[in-house]
Design a protein around this ligand. Structure first.
Ligand code: G16
Length: 543
């Protein structure tokens, strides 16, 4: 066993995006690529010496190899200990929980989330800080600066560490503790929800389907839903994690989880269904005959969270990313609690949660979570829904209909144009920026523009400012269009167009969203010239 210093040079493009560094797997597997980034993390956080970290990933291709490299680099840099999930597997919320529970100095999560996995697909690495949350921009900027100055990295030369057995080993003076990936997380869930009530629901014949999409949530969902809560065997489908997610796209939305959506719209639908993504932090919720948009799910959870024991005392406040619909704002207003609007990226919720300003957070991108960890949490959202259904005795459809009757409905859809030429996408955003001053008062099929700007966020806790966070066009009737380039794609640019319209006429609450949004969709194209500039006739994905 030998500690070696390897000479290297900066590699371009190692700038963390919305959620860590995501690249094609073969890029990460290239010479020094992973090593440079890991060393930059140590350098960016003031060294690894004497520190304890959590390490785990979603099991995608290269997860196992990358884990061995990171362990050897942590040991070479003098880390005290690494706590790692068995076989280097941890869902993102489970990693966040361990980072907090074990009072560590942070953790490294290996995942490209909902992006597909495999040698020709995507891989990712992100650093989470001691509060359990994704590193804020101030930290990721330091890491990025370190990638530009790197000249060498330290690593131990040794055999692979056995990560298949629980227990502790020592590598060059550093402890490696292999832990059960599920146990601590399952315990946390039991502390938040009325498991007895949910057990009774299933015992009474309530049926459910959970699609783990061949990703990391499988073992968590099987343990909690089937083994602990008594859901019928077979409730969890695609429950064994595979390195290429069964060749699929582990993104829980109506496109990539279409078979589940089809089932829920059929005569054979169970009472409830859900799906989770590659690393287990996203969720999709469905009832018999109904799809719940993530924005609506956040609002319904905020309105009813008090039905679960962990939230019985009520919510301190709620937060949503700017492109997420304003449905939760209406709940916050009615409850008289704070409501915060942040840029896209879970990292922006961390300060609000730490400061006790928000209890629940959520995003249109299928993420909801609370102050129990500092990541969004797919299975948590599913359990909160189950707890609400068990307590209220209502179906998903009834809960949603009641919600819209009380608060009105925020019709919502997101249109994604993927792998657009970056030059074209950036030029389009520039043209939009140039129109901002002229748009107010102009009339479009969607209505007259009341306000147009580029969103910037002033963090109310640490005073930091984040600019360039999406262009929004708001109409006098409350409708809204947001244009943003994704920060998680790995090929070209992904243009996201977020479309929203509010309706409180009781006779108009049941329309198809795309129909209700038709004028806004047409206006979005008219303002930005999407079809003309990109040459695309239609979005690749609608969620
Ligand atoms: C990440 C972030 C989310 C964000 C999503 C999409 O989720 O944590 O906050 O909403 O990406 O970001 P973008 O629109 O920039 O692609 P995940 O599940 O990919 O880690």
């Amino acid at each position: 066993m030998e500690r070696i210093k390897v000479n290297t040079a900066p590699i371009e493009g190692q700038k963390p995006g919305t959620s860590g560094l995501r690249k094609k797997t073969h890029v990460f597997m290239g010479p020094h690529y992973l090593e440079n980034f890991i060393q930059a993390i140590w350098n960016g956080i003031g060294g690894a010496e004497g520190k304890t970290f959590v390490l785990g990933g979603d099991g995608r291709y290269f997860n196992d190899r990358a884990a061995q490299v990171i362990l050897r680099m942590a040991a070479a840099s003098g880390a005290r200990k690494v706590i790692i999930g068995k076989n280097a597997l941890l869902s993102t919320p489970a990693a966040s929980n361990l980072i907090r529970k074990r009072q560590t100095d942070g953790g490294i999560i290996m995942s490209a989330s909902h992006n597909p996995g495999g040698p020709d697909e995507d891989f990712g690495v992100k650093f989470n800080t001691p509060n359990g949350g994704p590193a804020p921009e101030e930290v990721t900027n330091r890491i990025f600066e370190a990638t530009k100055e790197i000249t060498s990295y330290d690593i131990i030369e040794t055999q692979d560490i056995d990560l298949s057995a629980l227990g502790t080993t020592v590598l060059a003076g550093m402890e490696i503790e292999v832990v059960d990936s599920v146990a601590d997380y399952a315990e946390l869930m039991e502390s938040l929800f009325d498991f007895g009530k949910i057990r009774s629901l299933f015992a009474g014949g309530f049926t459910m389907r959970f699609d783990a999409m061949h990703a990391v949530t499988g073992p968590y969902a099987t343990e909690i839903l089937e083994n602990s809560l008594g859901a019928a065997k077979g409730t969890v489908i695609n429950g064994t994690p595979s390195p290429d997610f069964g060749g699929g796209h582990p993104d829980p939305n109506p496109i990539w989880a279409k078979p589940l959506v089809d089932l829920m719209m059929s005569a054979d639908a169970p009472d409830f269904a859900a799906a989770s993504d590659g690393d287990g932090d996203r969720n999709m919720i469905l009832g018999r005959g109904v799809y719940v948009t993530p924005s609506d799910s956040l609002a319904v959870l905020a309105a009813n969270a008090h039905l679960a024991p962990g939230y019985a005392r009520g919510l301190a406040g709620v937060a949503r990313s700017m492109p997420t619909s304003g449905a939760v704002d209406l709940v916050a207003k009615a409850k008289g609690i704070g409501c915060y609007e942040t840029p896209t990226g879970w990292k922006f919720f961390g300060n609000l949660l730490d400061a006790g300003k928000a209890t629940l957070c959520g995003e249109e991108s299928a993420g909801t979570g609370s102050d129990h960890v500092r990541e969004k949490d797919g299975l948590w959202a599913v359990l909160l829904w189950l707890n609400m259904l068990a307590e209220s005795g209502k179906s998903v459809k009834e809960m949603l209909a009641d919600h819209w009757r009380t608060y009105g409905r925020n019709y919502y859809s997101r249109h994604d144009y993927e792998a657009v030429d970056s030059g074209i996408a950036n030029a389009m955003m520039d043209v939009l920026r140039g129109q901002l001053a002229d748009l107010p008062s102009q009339a479009f099929p969607a209505g007259t523009v009341a306000m147009a700007d580029e969103f910037a966020y002033d963090d109310p806790v640490d005073g930091s400012r984040s600019e360039g966070q999406g262009i929004r066009v708001v109409f006098e009737n409350g409708s809204r269009i947001v244009y943003r380039l994704s920060g998680t794609g790995t090929v070209g640019a992904t243009l996201r167009v977020y479309l929203e319209a509010y309706e409180d006429d009781p006779a108009k609450l049941d329309a198809d969203a795309e129909t209700a949004l038709a004028d806004i969709i047409a206006t979005a194209d008219q303002i930005a010239g999407i079809r003309e500039r990109t040459g695309r006739e239609a979005p690749d994905v609608k969620t």
